[in-house]
Design a protein around this ligand. Structure first.
Ligand code: NAP
Ligand code: MG
Length: 485
């Protein structure tokens, strides 16, 4: 039952004016691609937003050549302090255009405007500001004289945080002195194309950043191109594995940021109201399309019923619908394909004997939607406890002792994130130390900062983004930086 009704509060989309079609951004210009063009839609309405060029092998080659030319003739010769000025300029333009970028991201991706406005775009600007500050201090970051960039970097990113993933890739790469060719995901190219315009606006030397749109095949062409010195990939574990196979035996450096199945562990002494907010933030932020989502809730058995009751009551107040509405908590699923994947995995949970609870909320008639879902009675062997769902679906398991919580949390091939909720500092420290995860949040979840390294273990990939380790990944290892294949 809802006691309060909200009036519609839509953010105006007038601030975004997209062209009817976009070419590829190569050598500082938009040029037509040689593949077949494709359309990107708003997943909330299925309305077509714009038409985008597909890069074929010859376009990928042209982009790599442009990046090579810019590296050899301009960027590798430019002092770090000068590179920094371009990065600061890009960061400031992102701030100036932040509302436009937030609306464009919400339209193309389906995520709520309050997230793009308050999380994605501020972090994008923060990433450029942070790495701008490092561009003239590489000696200090590495502890060696004149560290060398890799050269030309090929970067492939997913659709869940389109502009944010672009910033995580491009800002440290340019600060370290590389030039880049980046491929955004097929369903979310819009903000990468607006970023290309920002590069023009910042008068970044042509060829330093090249943006090539396309689907998986374009990504495959890019990462296997012989002119690339380093590949940085964020996406699914199967594609990451395929890329590692392609590059095996080559000198091309590789970092992989892959999937996850994060455990959010709640002890019986936790502050419940805060934990409930953290659990919700952990799994319903960005519709659960988050690699480090807290998709497995591990709750101490003696407080299971009380915590679940509070959690379900709170979930029932979340507002699902128009992502451009400023009161919306849960937006659209990014694509029909992703919706089908979530639906299939949720059905497997029911078939394997878990108990499904869904918030009672009306789903819009067009677009792709999935109601917030909680599974209880989950066994560790269930697919919903093992596989990444990448949607608003929480699997709840119980434990009795800290050792059991740790064993269950680590019982996954991934190792990206975890959260621990307890008021006892000694317990917090003891548990955190034993979790095999690249990031562990204590009494919070899904917090990001450019100074803080992010990355995984095991099938969640290798390499770190963010902080000094994220900078070192873009420098040759003669500096002592650990970037390996
Ligand atoms: P995906 O299918 O692996 O796609 C990621 C990117 O790779 C897209 O641009 C995709 O193109 C491209 N691609 C597809 N096949 C390729 C190939 N053979 N060679 C090179 N590139 C290829 O993953 P997704 O479903 O879009 O994204 C979700 C996954 O990303 C989840 O598993 C999530 O956990 C992971 N993720 C990880 C992090 C992290 O930092 N660890 C962050 C965000 C997301 P198209 O999309 O155009 O097909
Ligand atoms: Mg789209």
């Amino acid at each position: 039952m809802s006691f309060l009704d909200y009036a519609p509060a839509p953010e105006s989309r007038a601030i975004v004016s997209l062209k009817d079609d976009y070419g590829l951004f190569i050598g500082g210009e938009f040029v037509p691609g040689h593949g077949s063009s494709f359309r990107t839609i708003s997943p909330a309405t299925e309305e077509v937003l714009t038409t985008v060029s597909e890069a074929d092998a010859s376009d990928v080659d042209a982009a790599v050549q442009a990046a090579r030319g810019a590296y050899d003739k301009v960027w590798s010769r430019m002092p770090g302090a000068e590179r920094a000025k371009y990065l600061f300029r890009i960061a400031r333009i992102i701030q100036e255009r932040s509302r436009e970028l937030a609306v464009a991201e919400t339209l193309d991706n389906g995520k709520p405007i309050k997230e793009t406005r308050d999380v994605d775009i501020p972090l994008v600007a923060a990433w450029f500001f942070y790495y701008a500050g490092w561009a003239d201090k590489l000696d200090y970051a590495t502890g060696s004289k004149n560290p060398q960039a890799w050269g030309v970097v090929g970067q492939v990113i997913p659709w869940n945080f389109p502009l944010m993933m672009l910033a995580w890739k491009i800002a440290p790469a340019l600060a370290a002195g590389n030039t880049v060719v980046l491929k955004p995901a097929e369903t979310t190219p819009v903000t990468a194309l607006l970023f290309a315009e920002i590069c023009q606006q910042a008068e970044l030397p042509p060829g330093v950043v090249n943006i090539i749109t396309g689907a998986g095949e374009t990504g495959r062409e890019l990462v296997s191109h012989e002119g690339i010195d380093k590949v940085a990939f964020t996406g699914s574990t199967p594609v990451g594995r395929a890329i590692a196979r392609t590059l095996a035996g080559r000198s091309t450096a590789l970092t992989l940021e892959l999937g996850g199945k994060g455990a959010n562990i709640v002890f019986d002494d936790a502050a419940f109201d805060e934990a409930v907010e953290g659990i919700i933030q952990g799994i319903f932020f960005n519709q659960g399309h988050v690699c480090c989502a807290g998709s497995r809730l591990l709750v101490q058995e003696n407080v299971h019923d009380e915590l679940l009751q509070r959690l379900q009551r709170r979930i029932s107040t979340l507002r699902l619908g128009d992502p451009l509405d400023k009161n919306t908590d849960i937006g659209a699923i990014n694509s029909k394909a992703q919706l089908d994947k979530i639906t299939e995995l949720a059905q497997s949970g029911v078939a394997e004997g878990a108990t499904q609870w869904q918030a009672d909320c009306a789903l819009p008639s067009s677009g792709f939607w999935f109601a917030p879902t909680v599974f209880t009675d989950v066994q560790t062997s269930h697919r919903i406890a093992q596989e990444e769902i990448f949607g608003p679906v929480l699997s709840v398991l119980t434990f009795r002792t800290p050792d059991e919580a740790i064993a269950k949390a680590n019982n996954t091939p991934f190792g990206l994130s975890a959260g621990v909720w307890t008021e006892k500092a000694s317990r917090m420290l003891a548990v955190v130390d034993k979790l095999q995860a690249g990031v562990v949040w204590s009494n919070t979840f899904n917090k990001f900062d450019p100074t803080s390294p992010f990355g995984g273990y095991q099938e969640s990939g290798y390499g770190r983004e963010g902080g000094v380790p994220g900078l070192l990944s873009y420098l040759r290892p003669t500096t002592g930086a650990a970037v390996k294949k």
